[in-house]
Design a protein around this ligand. Structure first.
Ligand SMILES: [Zn+2]
Length: 432
């Protein structure tokens, strides 16, 4: 359970927990602790304790939100927020300032949003820690600390769990073909990881792939960075890149109509891979229509829209098998022959002295880690016709169902059937 912030981290059996090691700012700027000795004294150990606490509970995000005389801490574990106690205002300030200093940010600047990061190591595992400070009312700052376990980074389509059929379609739609292959999802849903997975699905030894996007933080092989020349705009950069016979161009996420228009214009010359923010694949297609205001052009330029959602996976140590009744199976669309499903353990109806011990593996949450569920809308001739009529997302979803395309719900049921997650969790994710 999530307790014990701000205190010295001592476990129940009085064993001292080793604290996280900070190994320098990602931007290379050295933190001058000697010149900030008082800040280091007030903030360094509490900051290390709070990050250690979070990492040992597998939390990937810590949020410190100032509220009057205190600051509320919350943790995100597999996408779910848990309260992490309160800190006195002064301590929250010291933690915020020292984390900024260690991330190579300006500690004197407290009125502007800043973002940086720290290299770190905990329990022999390398982490990348991203730090973001945002001014809030009353002159205070909200601090977000996000950590990424570099050993657990999912990279290849296999590791990401791309269904085989999806990989085949990606290869068909990129390869020697032209058009836009787009990945979409809600913010922070993992769509960047999926976009890189799409890029890796392409055979980079057969096709010439250039990237306008900085790929240095992720391992990709045989992708050539393509730099914009000084003074060149995006369209001129496209022209130069197409002239050197690019088959595929990997782009930065597209966030505005102006960029979308420049990109779409090139979709009949080269294959393009990028990502956008949208709730699901149908919403992603409609977003393109909104940006371009020419549904016919969108229907011709798009070739594939992929979206994904993350779902928590059941803890293998404590998950509970049960026999589902036929009615439930029929209702959710699972085969009635299914004999066993899994769920997180239920608390006993009558508390007794024989209650099971809390599960150590998942901290008694019942879930550990997440898996991705994918959906894919392919621009078939019927889908192209529909998109050209400027349809609603619902109309696109309906057509996708008729075309028999993979939906997130269906992909989630596959994970339920395999015992990797529960129906409850699938319902929660589909509602959000
Ligand atoms: Zn467990």
């Amino acid at each position: 359970m999530i307790l014990g912030f701000g205190k010295k981290r001592i476990d129940d059996d009085d064993e001292e927990v080793e604290l996280v090691m900070f190994q320098g700012a990602l931007n290379g700027k050295e933190a001058n602790l000697a010149a900030n000795a008082r800040l280091a004294e007030a903030g360094l150990i509490p900051a290390k304790e709070i990050v250690t606490d979070a990492l040992s509970r597998r939390a990937d995000t810590i949020r410190i939100e100032p509220k009057g005389a205190t600051a509320a801490v919350s943790l995100l574990i597999d996408g779910i927020a848990y309260p992490g106690g309160k800190l006195p205002k002064q301590q929250a300030l010291a933690i915020t300032q020292i984390m900024k200093l260690l991330s190579g940010l300006e500690i004197k600047q407290r009125k502007k949003r800043q973002e940086g990061g720290i290299k770190a190591e905990f329990s022999d595992t390398p982490y990348e820690i991203r730090v973001e400070s945002t001014p809030v009312s009353g002159g205070a700052e909200r601090l977000l600390i996000r950590s990424r376990n570099l050993n657990e980074a999912l990279n290849t389509p296999e590791e990401l769990g791309f269904p085989e059929e999806m990989r085949t379609t990606i290869r068909e739609k990129t390869g020697g073909n032209k058009g836009m292959v787009m990945v979409c999802g809600p913010p922070r849903s993992g769509s960047t990881t999926t976009a890189f997975g799409v890029l890796r699905s392409v055979d980079s030894y057969i096709y010439t792939i250039y990237s306008f996007r900085d790929t240095s933080s992720r391992e990709v092989s045989n992708i050539v960075p393509f730099e914009a020349l000084e003074g060149d705009d995006l369209d001129e950069t496209f022209q130069r890149c197409i002239r050197v016979e690019a088959n595929i161009i990997f782009l930065d996420p597209i966030t505005d109509a102006e960029t979308a228009k420049v990109v779409l214009k090139r979709s009949n010359e080269v294959s393009l891979i990028s990502e956008i923010v949208a709730k699901d694949a149908a919403a992603g297609i409609v977003q393109w229509n909104k940006w371009i205001e020419d549904p016919q052009a969108v229907s011709e330029g798009l070739s594939l829209m992929i979206s994904q959602k993350l779902i928590r996976t059941l803890c293998p140590e404590c998950k509970e098998a049960f026999r589902p009744n036929a009615k439930l199976l029929a209702k959710v669309g699972l085969s009635e022959d299914l004999k066993t499903l899994y769920r997180k353990p239920r608390p006993p109806e009558q508390p007794s002295r024989h209650d099971p011990d809390p599960c150590e593996k998942c901290g008694d949450i019942g879930y550990i880690g997440r898996a991705a569920m994918f959906e894919m809308i392919e621009m078939t001739p019927t889908m192209r016709e529909l998109v050209a009529t400027n349809p609603t997302p619902d109309a696109v979803r309906k057509q996708a169902r008729i075309d028999g395309m993979r939906s997130i719900q269906k992909d989630g049921l596959r994970l339920v059937e395999e015992g990797k997650t529960s129906l409850e969790e699938l319902q929660r994710v589909m509602k959000s």
